[in-house]
Design a protein around this ligand. Structure first.
Ligand code: PGA
Length: 314
């Protein structure tokens, strides 16, 4: 994003200028704003000099806008319009005083879900957040039993009537221990990976399903040496040299070597998947859930991600 230079004008000056421009005179603006006329004139003078522009010229008993003045008038109107929208947003945020956001996240989402929830929690201090963290199969079960209103997952199931909102990339990478000979190689052929022992998440994990489907599409039968029930257990086992694994990049620290791990440059990786927010299409949405969906949608259309991280991490 291009850094924004703060404007060389204050909100008060713009407010005064807008009144002068609209009403066509300093005294009329002074009357409307409950200011003295010298104060209004002084503010317009200061604004003109800090912008280095002539904004108004006297005309008869009032003032007339120069071309620059007309341009600034349009900017001031836009600004006040946006400000008004902001105040309306704040009002409606304040309107949600209570309620519960029942949200489920797959275990891999636990690495960012707290950061994702924070701005929402700050905006809605009266809303309680109940977060359950389970693997994919259990999250699906919770949604189907209506125990949660929204869920964060990578692979939404097709058997439930769900709305899905993709909001962030979820690259799945191959990891090995930090001293692994592949750690310094620029490219490792997929056929080489097929000969290695892999550590996999338990059946029911979305990470496991995504990795197995990906291998199957390429006609590879991975050698699964160990099955482990959590991402952290896999990371420790990989760091201990028990094998390689495919995990979401989000499970790793920004500098994986600090965890004794290296991301390996295996051809075809990362597997590109996305994080999605899902909710039942066939059930009414509680207000807290609707507000959370709105918040994620807004964050997803700006360049930010809801967890504040860059869109894609390698
Ligand atoms: P999981 O998460 O491997 O923890 O189930 C991935 C997913 O299902 O999105």
């Amino acid at each position: 994003m291009i850094p924004i230079r703060p404007p060389r004008a204050t909100f008060n000056q713009l407010r005064t200028f807008e009144a002068v421009a609209r009403l066509g005179g300093m005294s009329r603006a002074a009357f409307e704003l409950h200011l003295s006329q010298p104060t209004v004139s002084a503010q317009i003078r200061e604004l003109s000099s800090s912008l280095g522009l002539e904004l108004v010229v006297s005309s008869g008993r009032g003032v007339r806008l120069t071309e620059e003045g007309r341009a600034l008038q349009a900017v001031a109107r836009d600004l006040f319009e946006r400000w008004h929208q902001f105040e309306e947003t704040v009002d409606s945020l304040r309107g949600l005083h209570r309620g519960v956001l029942r949200i489920a996240g797959v275990t891999t989402a636990e690495y960012f879900i707290a950061r994702m929830l924070k701005p929402f929690a700050v905006s809605y201090p009266g809303v309680r957040i109940d977060l359950s963290v389970e693997n994919r199969d259990r999250v699906i079960e919770r949604i189907s039993r209506e125990l949660d209103d929204v869920a964060v997952m990578m692979l939404p199931p097709s058997q439930l009537p769900l709305e899905c909102l993709p909001f962030m990339d979820n690259p799945l990478v191959v990891i090995g221990p930090v001293g692994h000979p592949w750690a310094t190689r620029r490219r490792i052929a997929l056929a080489e990976l097929a000969l290695e022992s892999l550590l996999m998440r338990e059946p029911g994990s979305g990470t496991r399903q995504a990795a197995l489907e990906w291998f199957e599409q390429r006609g590879i039968q991975p050698d699964i040496r160990m099955t482990l029930g959590s991402n952290e257990a896999i990371k420790h086992a990989v760091a201990a040299g028990l094998g390689l694994a495919v995990l979401s990049r989000h499970t790793l620290a920004d500098e994986p070597q600090h965890e004794g791990l290296a991301v390996l440059a295996v051809a075809g990786f990362p597997i590109r998947r996305q994080w999605q927010l899902v909710w039942r299409r066939d059930r009414p949405l509680p207000r807290a859930a609707a507000a959370f969906i709105d918040y994620v949608r807004q964050a997803a259309i700006t360049s930010r991600t809801p967890d504040g991280a860059p869109r894609s991490r390698r």
